[in-house]
Design a protein around this ligand. Structure first.
Ligand code: ADP
Ligand code: MG
Length: 311
């Protein structure tokens, strides 16, 4: 079986600028895949190529095995693209907007009415069906845009920075909708310039900067690759300097630094080694109040991964 979406070595130049440089990644049905990179990294250009809106200079993209170069019509039937900005349409209500796009997708009669009802139900837009699109909040516009993208029931969805500019509640609701879509078996490529915005819901991510893929894999794999040691936070009843003196004598303990009212130290070892370390520490007479793996700071790792290159 072909992957839902396969981006194969695409390159796109605008004059002297290589906006997308030999980019390759892929995703399967039911997968949520994050496309992360700073502004100007080449996310939108890559997505527009996947959506047949722009031609690559090199490479190809396959949607369920269909090439964007050879079979763009078949690709469009299977793919829904939600751009990063919502087109403004004067004096158009929510239901008129959806009706227009359903017609553009070639849906007729019963099928069109059913498609509109289904997408409105999924995005909870029914109560707003008579409202003017210009009067919608950003979150509601985003939902309407998602509803429009789903009208022809595509198996692959490409969402360009859908969470940007949303308030926290709308963002959570968007995440729930995306998860529900994946549960329905759709493949979803979703871009963001903020890694932590997507890390919870993504099965995999590709990090892009200055047109090049810097890393691919699960968020966990990427985090591990960037941060080979675990970091442990320790706080004790005794003055922390005493704990520090005992701690540095113990095996597998690396660099130690003071952090708030405790210590953070590098540690290389398994869960068992960690338990053993704690036992040894207690045996020296130190009484820990807190002893916990420190969660990697995703934004910090992201900054380390990308060099802040902006095109
Ligand atoms: N049509 C275009 N003509 C010239 N340059 C473009 C065009 N589209 C995008 N670019 C440039 O390509 C680079 C990547 O842009 P884009 O794909 O929009 O990045 P992102 O979505 O990651 O912010 C940027 O430097 C941008 O200015
Ligand atoms: Mg963009």
């Amino acid at each position: 079986m072909s992957p839902a979406l396969e981006v194969r070595s695409i390159t796109k130049r605008f004059g002297d600028l290589t906006a997308v440089d030999n980019v390759t990644f892929g995703l399967e049905a039911g997968e949520i895949y994050g496309f992360i990179g700073p502004n100007g990294a080449g996310k939108t250009t890559t997505m527009r190529i996947c959506a047949t809106l722009q031609l690559p200079d090199e490479g190809d993209v396959f949607v369920e095995g269909h090439s964007v170069l050879e079979e763009p019509r078949l690709v469009r039937q299977r793919l829904g693209f939600m751009p990063d900005s919502f087109g403004a349409y004067a004096a158009t209500t929510v239901s008129e907007y959806l009706d227009f796009f359903a017609r553009a997708y070639g849906l007729r009669g019963q099928d069109r009415r059913r498609a509109i009802r289904d997408v409105m139900g999924f995005t909870s837009l029914e109560p707003l069906s008579g409202k003017l699109t210009s009067a919608l909040s950003k979150g509601m516009k985003q939902r309407l845009c998602l509803a429009k993208t789903m009208l022809h029931d595509p198996s692959t969805l490409i969402l360009d920075e859908p969470a940007s500019g949303l308030d926290p509640r709308a963002r959570i609701e968007l995440r729930e909708l995306v998860k529900a879509l994946a549960d329905m078996g759709k493949a979803i490529l979703i871009s963001s310039h903020i890694l932590s915005e997507l890390s919870e819901i993504c099965d995999g991510v590709a990090v892009i900067e200055a047109g090049r893929i810097r890393a691919t894999g699960s968020v966990e794999e990427i985090t591990k690759g960037l941060q080979p040691h675990s970091e442990i936070f320790l706080r004790t009843l005794e003055p922390i300097e005493i704990a520090e003196r005992r701690l540095v004598e113990l095996p597998r303990v690396g660099a130690v630094r003071h952090d708030r009212d405790g210590l953070v130290f590098h540690f290389e070892g398994s869960d068992e080694d960690q338990a053993e370390l704690l036992a040894q520490l207690v045996a020296t007479g130190v009484r820990p109040i807190e002893f916990a793996l420190k969660e990697a700071d995703l934004e910090d790792l992201f900054l380390r991964l990308t060099e802040g290159k902006v095109q």
